[in-house]
Ligand binder design. Structure first.
Ligand code: GLN
Length: 454
């Protein structure tokens, strides 16, 4: 009943698309049985987690929060979820998200908005966005429904929702977690990672999500470090870079104050603070919103009504009509917008002007970080330029929504590990997050600096 209670508590938040308390219960039972038999329990024995509905789960509907995949039941399990089950965890359910992980507020889901469990304390009682695209994950963990949840991060979808609800989340180095069985959005950017109440839980979960997978050609063939055992909030000898270009125009004073507080905590932990410059930062967002849609338009070509999920077949329709009707009915507005942008920037006449240009910018951004690593070990920035906004506040203005990703996108383009950790509350009592960005494969450094903030 504890699992059923947890799932019932989640109802008003709309965090779950499908509930699977029986899956979590089976894991709990297996853990009990193992203990009764005198066996050493598995590392995540019986831990009930939430699974973002972007991970394919064998025999359990997997939708990417889209209509086009409604009713799709994969006959296979994603590598990341399989690893979690192998470590003894169980699944409470499939968590809501922005459709195909496109969004920053969880308002593009076919299954409705997810609501943050937080409210402002200054009278405004409007329901708040839980961030996106991993809004079901952030909401469920913040509401203490699940101790941890999986997320995916293409341009900030683990870090920004974690920041909005006062939890922690880490996007590892690109290639650490297998993308096999994760519904593809922008394959050169997509990375899975954990979202949990604190840094330690993130370290533990990540150890059981990461690892080489021959089924993903971009998977890194490296051993998974013992991140939890390596945790230390002592930053003596570490140089923390403060990128001056992240001081963006119009940034609220509270965000600046949060950043200063973060700097003070880093110093208390023994770190040395250095100012650094990442000169191409301002081009990251436009480059991301060319590259991600370009890859998405290619990845989403597979939803044609033939192989997956929904099919719309009007009277007398030929194959072309069936494709068109299926895609018109199956994709939401934001997904269609991305497909249109993506096919446009990849079209013969505009490819060089947009896509090639964006790829060059991506290289320059990666070089900015490389240069920064010659003078510092880690970077400290705010996670997002604002606290959680109200549902509906930005949904009519895609550009305003895209701007919320300004601090998370550059490290995604460079494939770097980055984590959001709660840093404090704003005037209206809403959580704000600080972001730590690390060198490739330095998840340990990122986790440790985050621990010093926590
Ligand atoms: N908000 C960004 C977007 O809409 C990032 C999404 C993500 O990381 N999945 O593309």
């Amino acid at each position: 009943t504890a699992f059923n209670d947890a799932v019932a508590k989640a109802k008003p938040l709309n965090a779950f698309i499908v509930e699977t308390p029986e899956h979590a219960l089976a894991a709990a039972k297996a853990a009990d049985d193992a203990r009764a038999a005198g066996e050493t329990p598995k590392p995540l024995a019986g831990v009930p987690i939430g699974m973002k509905d972007l991970f394919a789960t064998k025999g359990v509907q997997t939708t990417a929060a889209s209509h086009i995949l409604e009713g799709f039941t994969p006959p296979y399990e994603s590598t990341v979820s399989q690893r979690l089950w192998d470590a003894g965890a169980g699944m409470l359910g499939k968590l809501n998200l922005d459709q195909f992980a496109m969004g920053s507020s969880n308002e593009t889901s076919y299954f409705g908005n997810v609501i943050s469990p937080w409210r402002r304390n200054d009278g405004g009682n409007a329901p708040l966005a839980p961030g996106g695209s991993s809004g079901g994950s952030s909401s469920a963990v913040a509401a203490r429904i699940a101790p941890g949840a999986t997320g995916t991060d293409t341009g900030g979808s683990i870090r920004q929702p974690a920041a909005f609800v006062g939890i922690s989340g880490i996007k590892p180095t690109y290639g650490r977690c297998s993308r096999w069985g994760v519904v593809a959005f922008a394959s050169s950017l997509d990375q899975a990672g954990p979202m949990a109440r604190d840094v330690r839980d993130c370290a533990i979960m990540l150890e059981h999500m990461a690892g080489f997978d021959p089924k993903d050609s971009t998977s890194l063939d490296l051993a998974v470090p013992k991140w939890e055992a390596g945790l230390s909030g002592d930053l003596k000898g570490k140089r923390i870079g403060i990128p001056k270009e992240y001081r963006v125009e119009g940034m609220p004073e509270e965000i600046e104050a949060l950043w200063q507080q973060g700097i003070a905590w880093m110093k208390d932990a023994g770190a040395e603070i250095v100012e650094v410059s990442l000169p191409h930062t301002k081009y990251a967002l436009p480059a991301y919103y060319i590259i991600a849609p370009a890859e998405a338009s290619s990845n989403l070509a597979r939803y044609d009504g033939v192989r997956y999920g929904q099919r719309a077949l009007p009277e007398g329709a030929n194959l072309q009509d069936m494709y068109a009707a299926t895609r018109a009915a199956g994709f939401g507005d934001e997904v269609k917008r991305r497909i249109l942008i993506g096919t446009y920037v990849l079209s013969a006449g505009f490819y060089d002007a947009y896509y090639t240009q964006a790829q060059k910018v991506r290289t320059l951004i990666a070089q900015d970080f490389e240069n920064a690593w010659t003078v510092c070990d880690l970077l400290l920035t705010p996670t997002a330029p604002s606290a959680a906004f109200a549902l509906g506040e930005k949904s009519a203005d895609p550009l305003a929504m895209y701007l919320n990703d300004v601090f998370t996108v550059p490290s995604s383009l460079a494939g770097l590990p980055a984590m959001s950790v709660p840093g404090g509350l704003d005037k209206s009592g809403l959580p704000l997050g600080l972001q730590i960005i690390g060198k490739p494969l330095d998840e340990q450094g990122v986790l440790n600096a985050s621990l010093a903030i926590e």
